[in-house]
Design a protein around this ligand. Structure first.
Ligand code: ADP
Ligand code: MG
Length: 241
């Protein structure tokens, strides 16, 4: 579903990604792990087209990203959901409006259908009673579940998450992870940047460990956590677990 081939991305003199390659198959759940500054966000943002690598190629569902082919590029990006650490809900809109806006404006779905879809996914994340609330009336965990529901309304083929629980109070982390886990069980392809090691260990099929813009180690999740191969991964795990 995703193929990243030898991408590099520099910010000034800093190499945020240095010759990174990665493949993710349909239905797979891949967690990106690594210390702060290792390039996780840059990688997942490049996969979503939010960063443009200087070199290398990215393919989505077999087709290369090509920003010069704007129509196709737009269609490709529509099939990816992206959930951010800080939710990015529209504060001046109700929950329901947050969920219908892109469906109506971007996908040209009619309002009735957009609302039906929105209510279906709001119910899915356990928040159908919040449809008429504004985001500032919701807890962090509720906001993030709304953000996930909003992404799902666009019927994505893959969901990308960049530290979806890092901004949450500890007691709200679980409710968001549960929604993500249930999505995985239904076969959603997901790439997840996370510091939740327990979640990565139980939910991920595969773990990709980055440091200094490189993939240092990549393995099936249980194998990675029980027998990390590289010294850097061993050190990282000894600090976070
Ligand atoms: P991570 O998500 O693993 O913490 P990032 O991908 O955000 O790491 O960052 C990798 C490196 O690139 C870091 O050193 C970071 O400071 C740098 N970086 C990321 N985005 C930018 C940017 N927009 N401008 C300059 N430097 C950046
Ligand atoms: Mg990051």
């Amino acid at each position: 579903m995703i193929k990243v081939e030898h991408i590099s991305k520099q910010f000034g003199s800093l190499k945020a990604l240095d010759d990174v390659s990665l493949e993710v198959s349909k239905g797979e759940i891949v967690c990106l792990l690594g210390p702060s500054g290792s390039g996780k966000s840059t990688l997942i943002r490049a996969i979503n087209g939010l960063e443009t690598p200087e070199s290398g190629k990215i393919y989505f569902e077999g087709e290369e990203y090509d920003k010069n082919n704007a129509a196709k590029y737009h269609q490709q990006r529509l099939k990816m959901g992206f959930v951010f650490q800080h939710f990015n809900l529209f504060p001046n809109m109700t929950v329901l409006e947050n969920l219908t806006l892109a469906q109506i404006r971007v996908k040209k779905v009619d309002e009735k259908q957009a609302k039906d879809t929105a209510m279906r996914y709001l119910t899915r994340v356990g928040l159908s009673d919040k449809r008429d609330e504004y985001p500032n009336k919701l807890s962090g965990g509720q906001k993030q579940r709304v953000a996930i529901a909003r992404s799902l309304c666009m019927n994505p083929d893959i969901m990308l998450f960049d530290e979806p629980t890092s901004a949450l109070d500890p007691e709200m982390v679980e409710e968001v992870l549960e929604v993500m886990q249930s999505l995985g069980k239904e076969g959603m392809t997901m790439i997840i940047v996370t510091h939740e090691m327990g979640f990565a260990r139980t939910v991920a099929d595969r773990v990709v460990f980055l440091e200094d813009g490189h993939i240092v180690e990549e393995n099936e999740a249980e194998a990675f956590f029980s027998h990390p191969q590289s010294e850097r991964a061993q050190l990282f795990l000894s600090k976070v677990m």
